[in-house]
Design a protein around this ligand. Structure first.
Ligand code: NDP
Length: 306
């Protein structure tokens, strides 16, 4: 039977390991500080930000939400970022995406001081990742590596296939696997014979945004499968098709009116993989944990504790 890679358990371990480090910083003068910039009203972003603020509170990290209106201009937002860059008590700045269309998102992300870029999106930090130099790593990819390592999944010498080439997941996770000496193939929407290539992967990472697209024929028997996808299904017929009319799943759908599905077929992966991340409860919980790690490391660097 396939092993479930439990992201919730690993998240809890990571957060409890951070607690004494946060306490040491507080004892030295001040706790780490994270500023989250949330522009306008975007229901999904509001939930993400609330979860991030809650994680900070539970750890004793100071957090501040800056909430300019949806009509904010690029110049006004640059002013906010500039002010946060100069704040002694703020170690990490996170600008929640997406930004409204009138804002030049690229200029905003470039304006965040690289030392405070806890999302790891600044080109300086992307460059550090490519070169294998220290620096904050994008949170979801870093969480995936942490999960694999903590479960003792071999990476060096393994054939890894990553489906998805986004700047926030696909590319950085491929680089992190490469630095761990995997032989990495990156696939995307123009890749021919996708299933055959995926089937070569001893480690398969799916970061696509297509519900249950990775079915049995994509999975090498016994592979480790990491499902980054988070797709909400609110169509009952689609949920019934994906979960093959499972009574339990359809009851859950009827209760909530939707179900969360990854990019990997949930039934096929359980049957074919050697180990896999479930959705929910796999990769998702690690993203915020790694944001907390990046914030604490930034505070330690800035206060000379590391
Ligand atoms: P993007 O839309 O930025 O990238 C998707 C990638 O998938 C692209 O590279 C695209 O190829 C590729 N792709 C799309 N369709 C296909 C296809 N049919 N065959 C092969 N490749 C395809 O998405 P993200 O990387 O931002 O996110 C991916 C998923 O991960 C989403 O479900 C998202 O919700 C989830 N996510 C989860 C997080 C978590 O914390 N668990 C955090 C971030 C994302 P191309 O480049 O050619 O267009």
């Amino acid at each position: 039977m396939a092993q479930i890679l439990d992201g919730t358990r690993v998240r809890d371990d990571i957060l409890s390991e951070l607690k004494p480090r946060v306490a040491a910083l507080a004892a030295k003068g001040r706790p780490p500080g994270l500023a989250v910039v949330l522009v306008g009203h975007h229901p999904a972003s509001e939930i993400y930000v609330r979860n991030k603020v809650r994680a900070c509170r539970e750890l004793g990290i100071y957090s501040e939400s800056v909430t300019p209106p949806g009509s904010v201009s690029t110049e006004e937002l640059l002013g906010i970022v500039d002010q946060l860059n100069g704040r002694h008590d703020i170690d990490g700045i996170l600008v929640q995406l997406p930004l409204p269309p009138q804002v030049d998102a690229r200029r905003i992300l470039l304006a965040v001081a690289p030392a405070k870029d806890v999302d790891g999106f600044h080109p300086c930090n992307v460059g550090s990742l490519v070169a294998g130099l220290p620096g904050p790593r994008a949170c979801t990819p870093a969480g995936i590596l942490e999960l694999l390592k903590r479960y003792g999944i071999p990476i060096a010498g393994q054939r890894a296939v990553v489906v998805g080439r986004s700047d926030i997941v696909g590319k950085p996770v491929a680089l992190l696997l490469l630095h761990e000496h995997a032989t990495v193939t990156i696939c995307h929407s123009r890749t021919p014979s996708l299933a055959a290539i995926c089937r070569e992967g001893e480690i398969l990472v799916a970061a696509i945004g297509r519900p249950a697209m990775i079915t049995a024929e994509f999975i090498r028997p016994g592979a480790t499968v990491v499902d980054v996808g988070m797709n909400r299904i609110d169509n009952r017929a689609e949920a019934a098709r994906i979960f093959r009319n499972s009574t339990e799943k359809m009851a859950a759908f009827d209760k909530k009116g939707s179900l969360l599905v990854g990019d990997v077929h949930p039934l096929d992966v359980a049957a074919a993989a050697g180990a896999y991340t479930p959705v929910p409860g796999g990769v998702g919980p690690l993203t915020i944990a790694m944001l907390m790690v990046n914030t604490v490391v930034s505070a330690e660097r800035r206060t000379g504790l590391c």
